[in-house]
Design a protein around this ligand. Sequence first.
Ligand code: AGP
Length: 633
Amino acid sequence: MCGIIGYVGERSISDVLLKGLKRLEYRGYDSSGVAMFHGGMIEVHKAAGKIVGIETLLADRRQSGVEGGIGHTRWATHGAPNTKNAHPHRVQDIVLVHNGIIENYREIQKLVQSKGFTPKSETDSELFAFLVLFEMTDSKVDFIEAIRRSFLKISGNSSVVVMSERQPGLIVGIRNGSPLVASWNSEHGAMLASDAQPILDYTNQVHYLENYDMIVCRKSGIEFFDVHTAKPIKRPATKLDWSADRLDKNGYPHYMLKEIHEQARTILDTLNANFATSGGHIPFDFAPHPGLDQLSKTDRLSIVACGTSWHASLLGKFWFEKLAGLSVEAELASEFRYRSPVLKKNQVVMGVSQSGETADTLAVLQDVNKRGIPTMCISNVKGSTISREAKSAFYTYAGPEIGVASTKAFTGQILMMLLLAGKLGREAAMADSSGKAMIEIEKMYRELFELPHHLANGLLEESATSRATKAAALATQNSKGFFFVGRGYSFPIALEGALKLKEIAYVHAEGYAAGELKHGPIAMLEPDFAVVVLAPHDLWYEKTVSNLQEAKARGAKIIAVGHADDKLLPSMCDHFIPLPINTKKEDGKPVLSETLIPFLLAPIMQLFSYQIAVHKGTDVDQPRNLAKSVTVE
Ligand code: AGP
């Protein structure tokens, strides 16, 4: 939930730490701080609020030198988000940053008090520095050994990075749970961070720490040790395919808007990465992958996820059931893990997580692995904890998603699930010689390659879709509340549309299956309430239109999203948003299979919330109280 950085090398320490913290700010942004050597002493600078606070503090205190420094951006768990509780924490000559929760903090607090010390902050993190101090003073071990021994005394998932005035030029990190990634080369020195993004500015060769790995960083190199045995271990470098230029806004006012626009590219990159090339023709064969063999053998799939990834999983369920005839449940990871789910040997549990770090999703996969049931995951981050915990990993190719509200990663996730469902369905159709099913799936694959074009057209600023989305958002932004409703494939998009509006515009919104409105929520409707009705030409169209009428009859403002040439919807609603597709003149059928409409609806919902948030002046990329990567339960 927090972002950690450490650096030892020839570059300006303050510049490296600040630039790195900005890359990590999406992980938490209620306070930040850095600690750097200066004249043989460690200076600590902290500020409540975003990185800009610490940047201002450091404006005339830029440091260079090879003694090293550490930094932290915080998402508060223990203790209010203020300067006192901001990291780094100092206890005498020991200075540290921490990510995670020390579960036995009460016990350590008592020990600290019994020795006559009073911690300066309310955090569990500061207590770790006392443990290190006690090891050095009482057990008389050296700094590195003191950190190792102290780590074995804490419980819960934590990662720490520690330095000491006794040891200039040395930074020690330990990982358990919260990720740590490292790099070293002779040119830029040694770096340690919560994820690879700050490192990508210098190199794409990174070393992922495993749980209970300790890393010792010096300008001259990095060494890894097993925390339990203290023995040296090897952690070979992984080459990343993300580049630093994908981490910038590239002229967009917000990352979120840039990422909404990048969805056409996400689709193409994910398609290209998964299909084996086949001489310029639309390919239907997947590149070989061990997870595919596993999926082909299974007759039940449990998908677990949180937030937006759960909404994506609901769509996945629809497609796996429809295209592959597979029995699927899409579950909230935080609920699944504390139930007593009945798991069979021939089933697969799949975690879906953009970050690959979400605590609840990870915990489910860990439990399931212990039970010997096959696990897999869909993640956007190669080398993430979830992708390494799962027995096989599928990747989405959305590139780094910096906006805290997920947009392009959602599109990558639903595409990956659709591709897998299509692959299973096509295999089954081939086995049964079911020509019709095969033709349908191959048609869908062909259309998938056209989808980026439709999506990019719809997102053009001057397109009818974009203009109508903006107009509807501005006209209804002051509504008392919003319902987002849809049926079938549009239902998960309705849930996602409501989540986006809450997340970035702080406007109350709920998503419902359209058929559920009359079972209670309709009582809320009155003239200053808005209902967004997702009504593309699909199997559910007539029923959805009936639900629209029910809402309209109660005086609610209706925003309807439908095919561009829909004749009925515009006359029934206050604001009509046309999809960037219509129906074919020849046969009256939609130009795109209904299966693919969610790929167009989701970006419209994102844009709708984005417009309202911008008008309200909220912090679109870093909404209050949120963090991108939720590594606590
Ligand atoms: C999405 O906009 C949210 N930030 C949030 O719901 C997110 O999808 C959820 O925390 C799960 O994250 P993950 O995909 O990284 O596991």
